[in-house]
Design a protein around this ligand. Structure first.
Ligand code: NAP
Length: 159
């Protein structure tokens, strides 16, 4: 199974504020949708609440929580359990939030990143992978847009 982190961050690695995205870029949401469609998505409880506990369609939604068990989506109280459940999938997307990114980045095979050009106030951050470009991550693709750049990185080696 290939584990892929998909995230959008600003120049200071901000990814969230008050349990929500600090920005709204419809092209980024479309990119997220077409990239993840058909694949399982793994998320923290806070992100699932941000979705009003409605699973994103066309993708198996898997939620991590130690405090809640949902009847309508698979819920795991630890990451190992979730990854074991997903192990036979071709690809799984970790869709956040900050807490879950932090716990999975060392396991990830790929980062699919939206680098937002404006700065935003925030309270949630993505682990700063940028110092590891060239040693752990290498860039395989980028597409520049006026307000953001999509970049894909693959792991060079599991160190
Ligand atoms: N820019 C982006 O790409 C992006 C993407 C996603 C989210 N976000 C933003 O990130 C913020 C949310 O991130 P967050 O860090 O606050 O929350 P989160 O990562 O979505 O969820 C954290 C929760 O997940 C559960 N959890 C964490 N580790 C676990 C483990 N090992 N096993 C079982 N459950 C575990 C816990 O739930 P319980 O408390 O229920 O135990 C924990 O409180 C929001 O502002 C959101 O908008 C941004």
């Amino acid at each position: 199974m290939k584990l892929s982190i998909i995230a959008a961050h600003d120049p200071n690695m901000v990814i969230g504020k008050d349990g929500e995205l600090p920005w709204h870029y419809s092209e980024d949401l479309k990119f997220f949708k077409r990239t993840t469609m058909g694949y399982p998505i793994l998320m923290g409880r806070v992100v699932f609440e941000e979705l009003n506990e409605k699973p994103l369609p066309g993708r198996e939604n898997v939620v991590l929580s130690r405090s809640k068990i949902y009847n309508h989506v698979k819920t795991f109280s630890n990451i190992d359990g979730a990854l074991h459940y997903l192990k036979d999938q071709e690809k799984v997307f970790v869709i956040g939030g900050g807490n879950i990114y932090k716990q999975t980045i060392d396991l990830a095979d790929e980062l699919i990143i939206t680098q937002i050009k404006n700065e935003y106030d925030g309270d949630t951050y993505l682990v700063d992978y940028r110092d590891d470009i060239g040693t752990i991550w290498y860039e395989i693709w980028r597409e520049d847009h006026p307000e953001f750049t999509f970049v894909k990185y693959e792991r060079i080696s599991k160190e």
